[in-house]
Design a protein around this ligand. Structure first.
Ligand code: PMV
Length: 332
């Protein structure tokens, strides 16, 4: 069967950086996020006898065995084939509508879309919880893209990882004026992939334990702040959590430094605006791009200020977004 669908990226409000069980892909700490309408991956999957091997095409480029992107997709398809009890190979065609692998969490929307669509194409009738767990295997942050609105990915306690999945904190309608302004600094793919970077951090960062102990508290606190719609506290917590994650990455050997001059330019401007009373806060994932957390009423002024920065190429405005959905139009 051929199925197509769309999944949105998400931005971590409090981050995960480090896998406790690298096989089961369970994290050291829980993390929270908001799914982003408008940063999306569209994917078509077809399982069929006519394919002698899995085929993966992303944004018009075909990837082959041995290339990271292909291997990820292939492993994810294997998981789904095992669950569905089928053996057919698949053709997967995807397209992203934002810079790939440069910190706009394309792995989150990509793996969430793939898991959601491939599960359907394989005839599985999986719950959101189940799909979140399968997505987690492909990319940790993808587990959160299955969720509508605001999510927490529980680190889980069980040895088998079965309680490590994402769950909704609040739907899109809870906070429709919530905004993320994605400042595009560079469209180049990042040099150190999150998976490799965090593995090194677990092994070598002297502040790793402090990072994840603190991040677990932050995630639990974030749930309360989202529910209470306490924007100022939320922004400050998200910003501080982001700095600590990057401190952990930066204190890794060899150092994992995603921030560039452009990143710093946005950080400093956001901090100045905060001093002037503006409720805007920054957060950054595994790449140079800065996401500014704000409310709808401040978007025009912030866009105005941020576009003045010479290292910001583009600003992408995102509202809280929905979980994945099936679409009728196929990519092949
Ligand atoms: O989704 P992964 O396993 O590639 O890791 C992403 C990690 C960060 O984006 C840096 C943080 C997060 O929680 O999303």
């Amino acid at each position: 069967m051929k199925v197509s669908g769309i999944a949105n990226a998400n931005i971590a409000l409090t981050k995960y950086w480090g896998k406790k069980n690298p096989e089961l892909k369970t994290p050291y700490n829980s993390s929270t996020s908001v799914t982003l309408e408008g940063l999306q991956t569209t994917t078509t999957v077809e399982f069929d006898e006519k394919y002698t091997e899995d085929i993966f095409i992303l944004d018009g480029d075909e990837y082959k065995t041995g290339e990271g992107e292909y291997d990820n997709v292939h492993e994810q398809l294997d998981l789904i084939r095992a669950k569905a009890g089928i053996e057919q190979k698949a053709k997967v065609v995807s397209k992203n509508d934002f810079p790939t692998a440069a910190g706009f969490a394309s792995s989150a929307s990509g793996l969430a879309a793939l898991t959601f669509v491939a599960a359907k194409a394989a005839g599985l009738d999986s719950s959101v919880e189940e799909l979140s767990k399968i997505s987690r295997m492909g990319s940790g942050s993808a587990s959160r893209s299955l969720i509508d609105g605001f999510a927490i990915w529980h680190k889980g306690e069980q040895e088998d990882g079965e309680d490590s999945f994402a769950e909704q904190i609040a739907p899109v309608e809870h906070w429709p004026e919530f905004r993320i302004l994605g400042c595009v600094i560079s469209k180049e793919a990042k040099k150190v992939k999150s998976r490799a970077g965090m593995k090194q951090s677990v092994a070598t960062s002297p502040i790793f334990e402090q990072w994840y102990t603190n991040a677990e508290k932050d995630a639990q606190k974030m749930v309360e702040l989202v529910k209470a719609k306490d924007f100022e506290e939320l922004g400050n917590l998200a910003q501080n959590n982001c700095i600590l994650m990057h401190a952990c990455a930066m204190t890794t050997r060899p150092p994992v430094i995603y921030w560039t001059d452009g990143t710093m330019q946005v950080i400093h401007r956001v901090l100045e605006l905060q001093d002037e009373g503006m409720k805007a806060y920054f957060t950054i994932d595994g790449g140079p791009q800065v996401k500014v957390i704000c409310l709808e009423e401040d978007v025009p002024k912030l866009k105005d200020e941020l576009t003045k920065l010479n290292m910001v190429h583009e600003i992408i405005e995102c509202k809280p977004g929905h979980g994945p959905r099936v679409i009728e139009e196929h990519l092949f």
